[in-house]
Ligand binder design. Structure first.
Ligand SMILES: NC(=O)c1ccc[n+]([C@@H]2O[C@H](COP(=O)([O-])OP(=O)(O)OC[C@H]3O[C@@H](n4cnc5c(N)ncnc54)[C@H](O)[C@@H]3O)[C@@H](O)[C@H]2O)c1
Length: 252
């Protein structure tokens, strides 16, 4: 898909992997709309990049539809890169012997998994109405995590949600094939974004050392580069790609 002049929606675009992707796709000539929470830095980030900010919660159909309206007002929506997500620890049995919080579990699954389904379905419905461009109408890039396969202790809601995203990738690609829309997922390992930037230097060093090769944290630009490649490469469809320097996370 050639995105020059087309609209692209980047969720979670105010920070980390999403912000790097928004910047990269803007450089490639796309009309980028950044969707992120009203409380995020989206307004300032979009102003600095010369793009549009659409405040929205990915789990809320009305605000996501308003963001899609903003994108389509500029140009047909040809690509979605869905990066919005969050962590949140839950143990099955807590320190005091009580069962883990159902509410906390549900909250993390809601943002990461239900939010992904919500954005994907609403964006795909818009793309399905596009004219074919070189044989396709749109491309959707989702974001899982290596925790989908090797969730660490405490990551049970996050790992469940990310495994759900891996699980939906092929069926979504099959579902949207007749509409000429591709769906591919990136599963990042350890990336140097604001989540990890907050950790002490010692912890960051030990995390870097746990990556076989290259033995460092991933850069957000490396995620952005793969997202752009997926958008351009028509044969990438229905697959989840690990982007992780061969890391396999330990239990803790
Ligand atoms: N950084 C890593 O090492 C890493 C590893 C594996 C997976 N991931 C995944 O990559 C994605 C991006 O992570 P990041 O490191 O850039 O994180 P980040 O915290 O820098 O950015 C995430 C963005 O999502 C937004 N967001 C959160 N909940 C939202 C909601 N309900 N509606 C709209 N926006 C919402 C936040 O405001 C934030 O701007 C996430 O899905 C994360 O799970 C990151």
């Amino acid at each position: 898909m050639n995105i020059k002049g087309a609209s692209v929606l980047v969720t979670g675009g105010a920070s980390g992997l999403g912000a790097a992707t928004a910047r990269r796709l803007k450089e490639e000539g796309a009309q980028v709309v950044i969707l992120d929470l009203p409380s995020s830095d989206g307004e300032a980030v979009a102003a600095e990049m010369g793009t549009t900010f659409a405040p929205a919660d990915v789990t809320d159909p009305d605000s996501v539809n308003a963001a899609l309206d903003a994108a389509e007002a500029i140009a047909p929506l040809r690509a979605l890169v869905h990066c919005a997500g969050r962590g949140g620890a839950v143990r099955l049995v807590d320190r005091d012997g009580n069962p883990g919080s159902l509410e906390d579990y549900e909250g993390v699954v809601r943002t990461n998994l239900i939010g992904t389904f919500n954005v994907l379905r609403l964006a795909a419905a818009r793309m399905a109405k596009n004219e074919d461009l070189d044989g396709e109408r749109g491309v959707c890039v989702l974001t899982a995590s290596v925790a989908a396969w090797e969730g660490q202790i405490g990551q049970i809601p996050y790992a469940s949600a990310k495994a759900g995203i891996v699980g939906m990738t092929l069926v979504a690609a099959r579902d949207l094939a007749s509409k000429h829309i591709r769906v591919t997922t990136i599963a990042p390992g350890l990336f140097d974004t604001p989540i990890l930037a907050r950790l002490p230097e010692k912890v960051r060093d030990s995390l870097s050392a746990s990556v076989p090769h290259p033995s460092r944290l991933g850069q957000a630009g490396e995620y952005a580069s793969l997202a752009h490649h997926i958008i351009e490469n028509q044969m990438l469809n229905g697959e989840t790609i690990r982007l992780d320097g061969a890391i396999r996370m330990a239990p803790r």
